[in-house]
Structure formats: structure tokens, C-alpha cells
Ligand binder design. Structure first.
Ligand code: ATR
Length: 275
């Protein structure tokens, strides 16, 4: 019996309990997944109380992905490098932190557009926050070279500097990225621009694209962002944000249960829940 959960604040209508219950069903594991909204003002005390619960693992979402780190007994190399943890595995009372966001994103693309994951693909990431960082590191492990466009150029430069040398591409302004968008095989939108309730806005204009390019947005509310609508209008293959949510959850579940799950079959039902 797995005792799992999610900490964050606020948690609202999280899909995580539903996703993990589906994974449990699929893999024949019994258990429960509980939402635990913690008070950010009393985080230390809240964590002490959590330590007394007999959990097998839990997920971490905003605003605690960084805050959790001092309370871990151990941390996986990638999560440590990123400075952000979204999954904790509890074993013999010891907490070990992982970050499944980047690998989840990559796996979600692999399941739909495997051909774009190639060292010859030119990749542009829009944004330089935590999500961009997780994705950039996952891509760098496959030796892809990554250009980064961000509103604040200093943050794009910082992220590029932190990447392994082979993956360091250029830093661009959002305008420069709009000008050269048709150079890219794979464009990944990681900013919060266009997220509900600010639907209908887009971080940069999509004027021309490369034939066959994949355009990806990690925002999943709305399911089809303005960015994806416009990219599709120009003929791009589009990749939706909820797929990253689904696959990062699958990775977390595999860490807890040691069972491989198949997320693809959940996509339709997940879309209905998000619409
Ligand atoms: P997360 O951890 O979810 O990635 P974050 O760390 O707050 O979130 O990062 C948000 C990203 O969205 C940043 O790249 C941010 O750009 P800045 O570095 O210039 O702040 C980007 N972003 C947020 N609002 C934006 C807007 N209105 N226009 C352009 N970029 C925006």
C-alpha cells in the first residue's frame, strides 16, 4: 500500500490524485494520493509534521520546489544541479529528492515526435525560469545545442552559462527570436505568457516557421494556447503542455513503485478533465 501525496500552496484543482490513482490501477498497486496544502509562512513546522506521517513519497509544487531542499537527507544529481525538487522518495524514513520535470517533458515529446530528438535539431527555448532550466538540462544530456530567448537577457545568459559546453547555444531577445524563428526545428515555450486567465497573448510573434518544425508549449490551461494556435496556423506540429504534466507524474510514480506505467492511454480522459 503506497502512501503518496502532493505539497504546495495553493493546490486548487490538482490533477495529480487522479493521475496517480490511474497509475496505481494500471500497475495493480494499492495506495492513496493526498493533497496537502502547507502554509508557506510556517513551512519548517509543516515539514516537521510531514516527517511524522508514514509516507512513501510525495510531489512538490509551487512555491516549495526550492524550499524543500534543506529538509532532504539526499538529493539526486540532476535535482541538485537544478536547485529544484518535484518528487521525494521516502525510504526507511530518509527523504531523497528528484526532479522529473525535464525528463518527463522529453519523454512526452519522444512518445509523439521522436524524430525531433536529434543532435541535428536546432532548438529554441523561450523563457529562462525553473521549467526552462529543467528542460534545457534534460536536452543537454542528449547533446542537443540550445538557443534561449528571454525577456530579461541576463537570465538567458545565466542559464546558457550553466549548461554543459556542448549544449551552449546563443541568447536572443524575444524580437530576435521572432526574426529567426524559421531557423528552428523545435521551439519550446516555457513562460507563463498565455496561461489562463491571460489567454490570447503570446510571448513573441510567429511570422514564419521552418517546414516540419515542432512547436511545444508547457502551459496547459488553456489546453491550446494562443502560441500553439498560431504555430499550428503556420503549419507546425504542435505539442501540448499537459503531456509534460502527465509524463513527469509517470516518472515520479515509477520512482515510488518501481513499476513502469504507460501514460499514453490517459491522454483523452485528461484532456476532458482539463477542458
Ligand atoms: P517557472 O519556474 O514556472 O518557469 P519563473 O521562474 O517565474 O517560472 O519563470 C517565468 C519565465 O516566464 C521567465 O523566463 C520570465 O521572463 P523574465 O526572466 O524576463 O522574468 C517569463 N515571463 C513571465 N512573464 C512574461 C511576460 N509577460 N513576457 C515575457 N516573458 C515573461
Amino acid at each position: 500500500m503506497l502512501r503518496l501525496g502532493l505539497i504546495g500552496s495553493p493546490l486548487g484543482h490538482s490533477l495529480s490524485p487522479w493521475l496517480h490513482e490511474k497509475f496505481m490501477e494500471q500497475s495493480g498497486v494499492s495506495g492513496q494520493y493526498e493533497l496537502m496544502e502547507l502554509d508557506p509562512e510556517n513551512f519548517e513546522r509543516e515539514i516537521e509534521l510531514m516527517k511524522q506521517k508514514d509516507l512513501d513519497g510525495f510531489n512538490i509544487t509551487v512555491p516549495f520546489k526550492r524550499e524543500i531542499i534543506p529538509y532532504l537527507d539526499d538529493i539526486d544529481e540532476r535535482a541538485s544541479y537544478l536547485g529544484a525538487v518535484n518528487t521525494v522518495v521516502v525510504q526507511n524514513g530518509r527523504w531523497k529528492g528528484f526532479n522529473t520535470d525535464g525528463a518527463g517533458y522529453l519523454e512526452s515529446v519522444r512518445s509523439i515526435y521522436p524524430e525531433v530528438i536529434s543532435e541535428s535539431s536546432r532548438v529554441l527555448i523561450i523563457g529562462s525560469g525553473g521549467a526552462a532550466r529543467g528542460i534545457a538540462f534534460a536536452l543537454s544530456e542528449l547533446n542537443l545545442t540550445i538557443d534561449i530567448a528571454n525577456r530579461t537577457s541576463g537570465k538567458a545568459l545565466e542559464l546558457i552559462d550553466d549548461l554543459p559546453a556542448k549544449s551552449r547555444g546563443g541568447s536572443l531577445s524575444l524580437n530576435e527570436a521572432a526574426e529567426s524563428l524559421d531557423d528552428y526545428d523545435w521551439v519550446i515555450q516555457t513562460t507563463s505568457v498565455g496561461m489562463s486567465p491571460n489567454e490570447g497573448i503570446i510571448p513573441l510573434e510567429i511570422r514564419k516557421i521552418k517546414e516540419g518544425a515542432v512547436f511545444s508549449d508547457i502551459v496547459y490551461k488553456p489546453l491550446k494556447t494562443q502560441f500553439l494556435k498560431e504555430a499550428e496556423g503556420k503549419g507546425a506540429h504542435i505539442h501540448y503542455g499537459h503531456l509534460m504534466l502527465l509524463y513527469q507524474a509517470a516518472y515520479a510514480f515509477e520512482l515510488w513503485s518501481d513499476k513502469k506505467v504507460e501514460p499514453l492511454g490517459l491522454i483523452n480522459e485528461m484532456e476532458m478533465k482539463l477542458e
